[in-house]
Design a protein around this ligand. Structure first.
Ligand code: S3P
Length: 441
């Protein structure tokens, strides 16, 4: 018997007050990985205590790394060095987390033991050839299912060679997997991306004193060095802030300040896109925390207009489209998204699932092969199936601020993968949200 969570959001309300969002998921994963492989002790503060980043933490514990915490966002890792990991006794189950699986695959190719990576039902349908192919080119031995999906069987004792890889899709996970394998490869590993994607791996490798060459959309490193432990302060996750950025924009009389949010330019597409739609967003107290830029973000209600979303902004806001589609449905006029086919292979098919949900609420949303066309208008209430996708659940929760009747969102348990405490925090700010438990099989 498993328990499923549903959200019910009653109409009306606005968002008011100051808040912090949990730590950045992408940075939390990378801090565990590099901290574990470094020489010396790494202390992480602001670590995301969500299921995804905890899956990465548990994977390293299972490989013999001593990690204490998390305790109020603090984690201490006793790094074992580049060759100090031990074979896990069992397959490593990373749950819902694509980042854990793809980045771990990269660094596990360079070990001298075999390992199997598994995931939940959603992750088990996601494409893994995108990492298996370049890693195989480097000399790794890695097996997927016949469909190119998990589980992944990775064989140790392979000697890896650097490659010059041009990625067919804009993916920070693929880039990072190849770079992490490159740490163990002979010679130089070079990755070129078709569009800018999040560069947290590059920034953190530099923080841990691994030399990198970065030029335009190409990054290169040489294998065979050492990572030096370094304390990491994880900023608030802009992908979690996104739900409140959109919520405060669409709900009349809203005014919030989200404190300590990471605004790395490779992640801040949501701000650029929302501003182009007419959002009232102020960046306050901009500062640098370690290698990442951070700010407080003030958002007040605004009248939004539909836009054609600039295609170069797509990878910079790739996780924010569930929230942005809600903004578009509440805007005046038409919003068109193209160049976002990657959304179809996220935790769910985010184009189809969002279009279905918006139509349930009476919105004019048309799914296309690589995006969506949304004509803004009124939102009704209704019953939404989130397909277990955390970001879809949270997006429809904030839609409740503008709907004319209650919205019930089903399968919200996975909100805990990236945003533990979302419903309580949203309620404190003014969202009329209730959480109920349903027993399933
Ligand atoms: C991530 C990269 C993105 C993003 C995911 C986290 C990362 O995935 O959607 O949530 O931490 O590198 P892709 O690389 O598949 O675009």
């Amino acid at each position: 018997m498993s328990h499923e969570l549903n959200f019910t959001v009653r109409p009306g309300g606005c968002l008011q007050g100051d808040l912090r969002v949990p730590g950045d998921k992408s940075i939390s994963h990378r801090a565990i990985m590099l901290g574990a492989l470094a020489k010396g002790q790494t202390r992480i503060s602001g670590f995301l205590e969500g299921e995804d980043s905890l899956a990465t933490l548990q994977a390293f514990r299972a490989m013999g790394v001593s990690i204490s915490g998390p305790d109020a966002g603090c984690v201490t890792i006793e790094g074992v060095g580049m060759h100090g990991l031990q074979a896990p006794v069992r397959p490593l189950d990373v749950g819902n987390s694509g980042t854990s699986m793809r980045l771990l695959a990269g660094l596990l190719c360079g070990q001298d033991f075999d390992v199997t990576l598994t995931g939940d039902a959603s992750l088990s349908t996601r494409p893994m050839r995108r990492i298996a192919d370049p890693l195989t080119d480097m000399g790794a031995r890695i097996e997927t299912s016949a469909k190119g999906t998990p589980p992944l069987h990775i064989y140790g004792h392979q000697s890896l060679q650097g490659i010059d890889y041009t990625m067919p899709m804009a993916s920070a996970q693929v880039k990072s997997a190849v770079l992490l394998a490159g740490l163990y490869a002979e010679g130089e590993t070079r990755v070129t991306e078709p569009a800018v994607t999040r560069d947290h791996s590059e920034r953190m490798l530099e923080t841990f004193q691994w030399p990198l060459k970065r030029r335009g959309r190409t990054v290169a490193l040489s294998g065979g060095g050492e990572l030096k432990a370094h304390d990491i302060q994880v900023p608030g996750d802009i992908s979690s802030a996104a739900f409140f950025i959109v919520g405060a924009s669409i709900a009349a009389d809203s005014d919030i300040i989200i404190k300590g949010v990471g605004i790395n330019p490779s992640r801040s597409g949501i701000i650029a896109i929302m501003r182009q739609m007419g959002a009232d967003i102020e960046i306050l107290q901009q500062r640098q925390e370690g290698s990442e830029p951070v700010a407080d973000i003030r958002i007040r209600s605004a009248r939004l207009q539909g836009i054609d979303i600039p295609v170069e902004q797509v990878p910079l806001a790739i996780d924010e489209f569930p929230a942005l589609f809600i903004a578009a449905a509440c805007a005046q006029g038409t919003t068109r998204l193209t160049g976002a086919a990657e959304l179809r292979v996220k935790e769910s098919d985010r184009i189809q699932v969002m279009a279905d949900g918006l139509q349930t609420l009476g919105a004019d949303a048309e799914a296309t092969a690589d995006g969506m066309i949304i004509r803004g208008g009124a939102l009704a209430g209704g019953d939404i199936e989130s397909q277990g996708d955390h970001r879809i659940a949270m997006a429809f929760a904030v839609a409740g601020l503008r709907a004319s009747a209650a919205i019930t969102i089903r399968s919200c348990r996975n909100v805990a993968t990236s945003f533990p405490g979302f419903a309580d925090l949203a309620a404190r700010l003014g969202l009329a949200i209730d959480v109920s438990t349903e027993e399933g099989i």
